[in-house]
Design a protein around this ligand. Structure first.
Ligand SMILES: Nc1nc2c(c(=O)[nH]1)N(C=O)[C@@H](CNc1ccc(C(=O)N[C@@H](CCC(=O)O)C(=O)O)cc1)CN2
Ligand SMILES: Nc1ncnc2c1ncn2[C@@H]1O[C@H](COP(=O)(O)OP(=O)(O)OP(=O)(O)O)[C@@H](O)[C@H]1O
Length: 206
């Protein structure tokens, strides 16, 4: 992948790179994607943090994302509490995390992504979340992340970067093909401390 993006790269460069990465991600077969989910699940479950019951924010994978349906079910079966994102009904481009279990009712949001029905009692404040599994389109050797371009996770992670959620550990989940040497960055981008891929757990802390 190209490396000639500068820190001040334009929106169109970011858009173009996003498109290339989405195309690359879309070229995997469903068997390859399933194998990737297995490998990521194995590495995730082996993390020391997950050896005790945790509150985990995950995502409901769509299109060619690293699949999470099986990972989410396994996490619940292992005794972890699972919360999934809902587009905030009032604050534009913000996310809420909602507790989910077998009784959860599902709706499709404006992006056609299934999300739990909004019930106030199910909202899990980020202060109470231990691990946040973050979807991505691409990531680089510094942990910089490119998402779908809505800024949803950038806004969510801004509070974490500011120190408001000291117990929260964000972890990106990705296919190996989503790695690029260097992504263009913007001031609002929040680098991920860790990314789990099928081949490797990337640790950017220290
Ligand atoms: N599975 C999953 N859930 C998620 C996210 C995600 O990336 N993956 N999000 C991460 O933020 C939030 C939703 N944000 C999204 C932002 C844009 C588009 C999207 O598809 N936008 C364009 C398509 C882009 C394109 O065609 O180039 C569209 O609406 O058609 C989807 C989700 C919350 N839930
Ligand atoms: N903390 C923030 N506060 C206000 N605006 C923000 C913040 N973070 C991102 N934005 C805005 O969101 C828009 C999209 O950002 P960007 O392209 O980096 O999204 P992304 O990381 O790809 O998407 P996502 O986080 O939803 O997966 C940018 O125009 C930016 O101005």
């Amino acid at each position: 992948m190209k490396k000639n993006f500068t820190q001040n790269s334009s929106d169109s460069e970011r858009q173009q790179l996003r498109k290339q990465l989405l195309t690359r991600r879309g070229q995997l077969t469903s068997a390859e994607r399933l194998a990737a989910e297995h490998a990521v699940e194995r590495q995730l479950l082996a993390l020391p943090e997950l050896q005790q019951p945790c509150r985990i924010g995950s995502y409901y994978s769509v299109r060619a994302e690293l699949p999470t349906q099986r990972i989410n079910a396994t996490l619940q079966a292992a005794g972890h509490q699972l919360a999934l994102p809902v587009l905030h009904p009032i604050v534009p481009r913000h996310l809420l995390l909602l507790h989910t279990d077998d009784n959860t009712q599902w709706h499709r949001n404006d992006y056609n992504i299934p999300e739990p029905a909004l019930r106030c009692q199910d909202v899990v404040p980020l202060q109470q979340v231990d691990i946040l599994l973050v979807p991505l389109v691409g990531f680089d050797a510094q942990g910089n992340r490119m998402g779908m371009g809505g800024g949803f996770y950038d806004r969510t992670l801004a509070g974490w970067r500011a120190g408001h959620f000291p117990n929260l550990q964000p972890i990106g989940l990705a296919l190996d093909e989503q790695f690029v040497e260097q992504l263009p960055t913007a001031s609002w981008d929040v680098p991920l401390p860790r990314v789990i891929c099928p081949a490797k757990v990337w640790d950017f802390r220290r």
